[in-house]
Design a binder for this molecule. Structure first.
Ligand code: DX5
Ligand code: ZN
Length: 221
């Protein structure tokens, strides 16, 4: 799979969200990353299914929903109905992970598992054969614009090694999330990531379209 840039709307201007998403879509972004926070799993509150629904009618890009919430099981259905194409929940969250993956599979939604910096890769390895994507957090989740925690790239390498051993039918996507910008994307690519979330590096830039194009070029996609 060719590398994909996933602009995170967390850093977008919400008063003109549709327009901002159109700009990154035209610039070649591969998917839109939507950060859902519940004020409990992480110390911040953001958006819910209504935002996913609104975006569904303004873009044809896949909607990549990242749930940073304690009880993802209670909300999967709402996000699916709102039009999510991929949903990732955290290994550190509550609930029956296998049952959640069953539901996503049944509904034809991309299945992602996210892993925080403090959690070792080993915790998620048993789920790899069932996943479409692993989200390796390269910041502690909760806020945009934090410094990149490069040690987590070892986790990307470890997951790729394990993937090789398993000889899976379909290549696993590894998304890196947090602190990805023109200075850090090269190391992420080299470690084996193929989806790059960028919030402040894109929507914090004077020209989000140009910032998207630069990251696409650096990722060689
Ligand atoms: C962090 C979120 C990220 C965030 C990334 O909790 O999961 O997706 O928007 O923002 P930047 O790219 O600014 O680090
Ligand atoms: Zn995210």
């Amino acid at each position: 799979m060719t590398p994909r840039i996933a602009p995170s709307i967390l850093s977008a201007d919400f008063s003109r969200l549709g327009e901002q998403v159109r700009v990154v879509e035209e610039a070649g972004a591969g998917q839109v990353h939507i950060d859902v926070m519940d004020g409990h799993f992480v110390p911040n509150l953001t958006m819910g299914p209504v935002v996913v629904e609104a975006l569904r009618s303004t873009t044809t890009l896949p909607l990549d929903v990242h749930l940073m919430i304690t009880d993802p099981e209670d909300y999967l259905e709402s996000f699916i109905k709102a039009g999510a194409d991929h949903i990732s929940f955290h290994i550190e969250a509550e609930g029956d992970k296998g049952a959640m993956l069953d539901l996503l599979e049944e509904r034809g939604v991309g299945k992602g598992l996210a892993v925080n910096p403090a959690t070792p890769a080993e915790e998620i390895l048993e789920f790899l054969p069932r996943l479409d994507m692993v989200v390796v957090m390269t910041v502690n989740p909760g806020f945009g614009g934090q410094d990149f925690l490069g040690d987590n790239l070892d986790k990307v390498r470890r997951i790729r090694q394990e993937e090789e051993k398993l000889s899976l039918e379909k290549k696993l996507n590894i998304e890196v999330d947090g602190g990805v910008d023109r200075g850090t994307i090269g190391a992420c690519l080299e470690a084996g990531a193929d989806i790059f979330v960028a919030g402040s590096a894109i929507f914090g830039a004077a020209d989000p379209g140009a910032a998207t194009r630069e990251l696409i070029e650096l990722a060689g996609s």
